[in-house]
Write a protein that binds this ligand. Sequence first.
Ligand code: 6OG
Length: 157
Amino acid sequence: MSRKVLTLVLIRKLNEVLLGFKKRGFGINKWNGFGGKVEEKESICEAAARELREESGLVVLPVNLEKIAVIDFEFVGDPVILEVHVFTSTKYEGHPFETEEMLPKWFDVQNIPFDDMWADDKLWFPLFLSGKKFKGYFLFKGHNIILKQKLVIVSNF
Ligand code: 6OG
C-alpha cells in the first residue's frame, strides 16, 4: 500500500460553506471543497492554500487555515490510499470565480447538496459544521459504495 497526500479546503461564512462543482478529473460532476495533490517542496498547508487559489480564486494565508480532519480513503483493488488533509477558514480574500476545474457556489449549511457529493461527506460534514476535529477512514467499492467507515474525534493532530 502506498499513500498519496491530498488537501481539501472548506471555506466558511457564519451560515454558509463554499463548494465547487468539479468539471473534470477525479470526482467529476460532484460538489466538493477545493484541493488537490501536495507537491514536493511545499507543506501540506501551502498546498491547500495554492489549490484553493488555483481552483476558486480565493486567497487564504496558510496560517489562517485550520486543520479539521485527516481522512484516509481506500478503494477496493487499488493499492494507493488517499490521505486527505481537510482545512477550514473564515479568513479569505477575493471573490470566488469559475475556473477550468471548478464552479464555486455558496451553500447554506442547512442545504448542503449531499446527493451530488462523495458518499462519505454526509457522514462527516456534521462533525465539521459543529466545529469538531476528527480522523476518518473509508473503504469504497467503486466510487459510490462505502464498505467500511471509521470516524474518531480528536483534540489535535
Ligand atoms: P485532484 O485529483 O482534483 O484532487 N477527495 C475527496 N473528497 C471527498 N469529500 N471525498 C472523497 O472520497 C475524496 N477523494 C478525494 C481530495 C482530488 C480532490 O478530491 C478530494 C482533493 O481535494 C473518496 O487533484
